[in-house]
Ligand binder design. Structure first.
Ligand code: GLU
Length: 470
């Protein structure tokens, strides 16, 4: 039988880091085993679910490249199926109508707590047949009264829960709508899910879900509960830690390859290997090598991975992501160097794509002013002569190559008997607006002849103005 996993987010917010990791593990497990990966949107909580969240989840999955083989299914479109299953359980005597009022259930709980017992529904309608005709009711699942449920969790190991601990769960509300545990069970069953990989905040639901599946005569999937992610303060990762949605990582300049590599290492390891391509992850991933203990988020490591991938991925792949950032900053890349060339010269110098855009604006955008400090220091009267000479020498060039540019700058410095610094720094500030850039010849080559000459002229004008105002 072929293996089927699923990712089943509730659309009540963006796709966050924890969800993305669960999705990745489920996806990897399916891909590794030649199985199927299903995407299921658990949108039955009508008050908290939003279309914007659905869109954000789909966008996040797409950006990460976690493609699904089936779906997305929406639980709100499957109510008829859930109702059928509830009716079937009821007809087979595996579920029953409970006519308790909220007050009665509350009173039951209070009495149990006062007696030092764990509060739970006491089964008072389980076997009754004296059903009132016109009172509202919920439908409860008849949980087995004795025995134990055993979860052979693929990550956590064996977990046993006594049925005596579990009460009769509500599977349909008084308005007939199915509850969360019921919809998950029906879907896992009908979708043929063989492996449920999810966060361990669901581990308490699992024995209940297994009991319902057993009552339905369904195959019970294998379960793997992934430990939670902690922030660097040891508390459960949340918005407080700035652990925002996956798309926020894109906005902040991270590559999907870096985030995926980072996520796979949050709770899984393969010896002391840190760098994994997607293909390697698919080959090597296994649930048995997942940690039982929570993992802690570490932003420095994510940054380190991002730098690694900016430098080592095929430049076209980085360019695809960078193009988005450049467009976002309204930089017109049609006038200016190829994005791939900019990546080649800048990737070493930055940590994120966002920074890469910041240090590369001058390739695509003219500026009217120079950075104040750089200009004060380097665009002084003494720089006028070398700048004018360099400009003249560069203007002579017919082929605008790195080598030719290099030669002309050197020739200008030599002619004036100046060291490279005295020529280079003013030139750098002139053409880039600031004091930081890759090697000058490369930088000038990418800026282009026309733009470079115009900017040197602008710098000369700046120096003249400055002299006049002095
Ligand atoms: N919809 C649930 C959630 O987002 C996941 C349920 C499951 O994986 O079984 O937490």
């Amino acid at each position: 039988m072929s293996l089927v996993t699923r990712f089943a987010p509730s659309p009540t917010g963006y796709l966050h880091v924890g969800g993305a990791r669960t999705a990745l593990f489920s996806w990897l497990y399916a891909r590794k085993n030649g199985g199927k990966f299903i995407l299921r949107i658990e949108d039955t909580d009508l008050e908290r679910s939003t279309q914007a969240s659905v869109d954000a989840i789909l966008e996040g999955m797409q950006w990460l490249g976690l493609d699904h083989d089936e779906g997305p299914y929406y639980q709100t479109k499957r109510f008829d199926l859930y109702k059928e299953v509830v009716a079937q359980l009821l007809a087979e005597g595996k579920a029953y109508k409970c006519f308790c009022t909220v007050e009665e259930v509350d009173a039951m709980r209070e009495a149990q707590m006062a007696a030092g017992e764990k509060p739970k529904y006491n089964g008072m309608w389980r076997d009754r047949t004296d059903h009132p005709a016109d009172k509202p009711y919920v439908i409860r699942f008849k949980n087995p009264l004795d025995g134990v449920v055993v979860i052979d969790d693929l990550i956590k190991g064996r977990i046993e829960i006594a049925n005596a601990e579990l009460d009769d769960l509500i599977i349909a509300r008084s308005d007939g709508t199915p509850t969360y545990n019921l919809t998950v069970v029906v879907d896992d069953w009908k979708m043929g899910i063989t492996h449920v990989i999810r966060g361990d905040d669901h581990v308490n639901n699992t024995p209940r879900q297994m009991n319902i599946l057993a009552a339905l005569g369904a195959d019970i999937p294998k379960y793997a509960h992934v430990p939670m992610i902690l922030g660097d303060d040891g508390k459960r990762l949340s918005k407080r830690h700035g652990a925002v949605g996956v798309m926020q990582y894109r906005d902040n300049g991270f590559l999907p390859e870096a985030l995926l590599n980072y996520l796979v290492r949050l709770g899984w390891s393969n010896g002391d290997q840190e760098i994994f391509s997607l293909d390697e992850m698919v080959q090597l991933f296994d649930l048995s090598a997942c940690n039982r203990a929570p993992s802690a988020f570490n932003t420095d490591k994510l940054i380190w991975l991002n730098q690694h991938y900016m430098k080592t991925l095929p430049v076209e792949q980085v360019a695809k992501q960078l193009a988005w950032h450049l467009a976002e900053q309204q930089l017109n890349t049609e006038q200016g160097p190829a994005i791939t060339d900019v990546i080649t010269v800048q990737a070493e110098r930055v940590k994120t794509l966002k920074e890469l855009v910041e240090v590369s604006r001058y390739f695509y955008e003219d500026f009217a002013e120079f950075e104040e400090n750089a200009a004060k220091k380097h665009l002084r009267g003494v720089a006028a002569e070398p700048l004018a000479l360099v400009k003249a020498k560069l203007a002579e060039l017919e082929s605008w190559t790195t080598e030719a540019i290099h030669q002309q700058i050197n020739a200008a410095a030599e002619a004036l008997g100046l060291g490279m610094g005295k020529v280079g720094m003013p030139l750098r500030v002139a053409v880039t607006g600031g004091g930081n850039s890759p090697a000058l010849d490369v930088t000038l080559q990418l800026i282009g002849k026309e733009r470079a000459l115009a900017r040197i002229e602008l710098a000369l004008e700046y120096i003249r103005q400055r002299a006049e105002n002095a």
